[in-house]
Ligand binder design. Structure first.
Ligand code: I3P
Length: 126
């Protein structure tokens, strides 16, 4: 089907740096490693880039896909148990992988929590 933009979905929230930690992969626990990540929310998935400029580069190269999380069937919830940090959102995917997203600024992370939750809900009711 081709074309650089073929696989892209509309952006719901533009890129922003958030702290991210993947804590389990398909049910297998991972060692937590927080990293600053450029996060973009699309209508059906959450994309992770190392840096903001990587988003533009990836979009130019067809066939090059960033790391992402399929939000269909995902659970989005606040957690105070999975981290000692404040403002932590947990994403549990349908395949059983778990991610934490965090920002020190509460309004920032709140905006991401609400948008991801709405996106996941819209996908599961389709
Ligand atoms: C982890 C590191 C994380 C911490 C995590 C530690 O240690 O300090 O920042 O998570 O806590 O295990 P290490 O670098 O040795 O792997 P939080 O900052 O989210 O608390 P945890 O094991 O309780 O998840």
């Amino acid at each position: 089907i081709g074309g650089a933009g073929a696989a892209e979905s509309p952006v719901v929230l533009k890129g922003e740096y958030l702290n991210k930690a993947k804590i389990s992969d398909g049910g297998k626990k991972l060692r937590k490693n927080w990293t600053s990540t450029w996060v973009v929310l699309e209508t059906d998935q959450l994309l992770f880039y190392k840096e903001s400029k990587q988003e533009a580069l990836t979009n130019l190269k067809s066939g090059c896909r960033p790391d992402g999380v399929d939000l269909c069937g995902a659970m989005i919830e606040w957690t105070t148990e999975r981290s000692s940090r404040k403002n932590v959102v947990q994403i549990t995917t349908s395949s059983g992988s778990e991610f934490l997203l965090q920002a020190d600024n509460y309004p920032t992370i709140c905006k991401w929590h609400d948008a991801m939750k709405r996106t996941a809900e819209s996908l599961s009711t389709n």
